[in-house]
Design a protein around this ligand. Structure first.
Ligand SMILES: [Zn+2]
Ligand SMILES: [Zn+2]
Length: 338
């Protein structure tokens, strides 16, 4: 088969790779219905993470089970399944506490920008839908595999509750779905920080009540203006830079909550500043597996359309253009069809 391989910054190729096969008896092989490019794929694409050797790319997936190992009991060939970017056993103490992305046996699921994928720990990782969904449901279902699950975790980790004022730092697909998630959790006021018109529009569609275009200290001042000088009850940091993290902490009221789900690059927190910020911090790789059943249900019942973050759809072989469009911010998120 052919799949996406990153050779060096800016150099993604669609090339011949080995066909995935069952390696362990707990594996499953799935044929991809759709996959996509993640904001986090842009870190190595932009050269912020070194690429030591050609790396198969992609970690967001949904599709039809083709084959399962002899110990797999919860999914079977022919079923439509979705899983998280971290495979998990879903039985260890960490999984039972709801942090499947840090499972004691966690394994990263890489190489998903391809027509076929091997998923380890299939019983713990994959969730099957009641039937094979219609084609128009695929983008929203695919989003539960990472970007919607991560946006949901951002809202949950920031303790969003009915009636709260929420601010979202970052207008990428995760930030936008953080807005949607906060809305689902009953936030009364949702302030989206964005200076990009198309993204502002989608943020409003997902439930944002205010837009702040300023960044850094000016952005913080603007949030304070909008909240009687107090700050937001919950702030979702969905970028992962020093500036965005500072902005998030600065925008939070005393005793409020900051979640951080953007993979940090060069973020350093100063002890005294943190001490006097007086906020709760909670973040990390989203335990998407915990949320999958609920999010799949919300999608299948037509309650939400998170698939709207895909504003570019390309055949899988044009994956390189998918990266370019996101890198140049011409696209929010690229859907790839095998
Ligand atoms: Zn991702
Ligand atoms: Zn586990």
């Amino acid at each position: 088969m052919r799949g996406a391989i990153l050779y060096a910054p800016g150099d993604v190729r669609f090339e011949e790779r080995d066909d995935p096969r069952i390696i362990k008896p707990t594996d499953a092989i799935i044929r991809m219905s759709a996959t996509c490019v993640c904001g986090s794929d842009l870190w190595p694409y932009r050269g912020f993470n070194p690429t030591a050797e050609p790396s198969p790319m992609g970690h967001e997936y949904c599709g039809i089970v083709e084959e399962v190992g002899r110990e797999v009991t919860s999914v079977k060939p022919g079923q439509f399944v979705i899983g998280s970017f971290f495979a998990s056993d879903n039985t260890c103490p960490i999984c039972r506490a709801g942090y499947q992305s840090s499972c004691q046996h966690a394994e990263f699921v890489g190489g998903a920008q391809a027509p076929v994928l091997r998923v380890p720990l299939a019983d713990g990782t994959l969730v099957a839908t009641p039937g094979v969904p219609s084609k128009d449901m695929i983008p929203s279902l695919l989003s539960t595999s990472d970007v919607f699950g991560t946006g949901w975790f951002a809202a949950e980790a920031a303790n969003v509750k009915p009636g709260m004022t929420v601010a979202v730092v970052g207008d990428g697909a995760v930030g936008l779905l953080g807005v949607l998630s906060a809305k689902q959790m009953g936030a009364e006021r949702i302030i989206a920080m964005s200076r990009h018109e198309a993204r502002q529009k989608l943020a409003r569609e997902f439930g944002a009540t205010d837009i702040v275009t300023e960044r850094g200290d000016e952005g913080v001042a603007r949030i304070k203006d909008l909240t009687n000088g107090i700050g937001a009850d919950a702030v979702l940091e969905c970028v992962g830079t020093q500036e965005s993290m500072k902005q998030a902490i600065g925008s939070t009221r005393k005793g409020g909550y900051v979640s951080y789900v953007g993979v940090p690059h060069g973020v350093q927190l100063e002890g005294q500043e943190l001490f006097f910020a007086h906020v709760h911090l909670h973040g990390g790789p989203a335990p998407v597996r915990r949320f999958l059943p609920k999010l799949i249900d919300l999608v299948l019942n037509g309650k939400v359309s998170p698939g709207k973050v895909f504003d570019l759809t390309l055949p899988l072989e044009q994956v390189a253009e998918g990266y370019r469009a996101m890198d140049e911010r011409r696209a929010i998120k690229t859907l790839l069809c095998p």
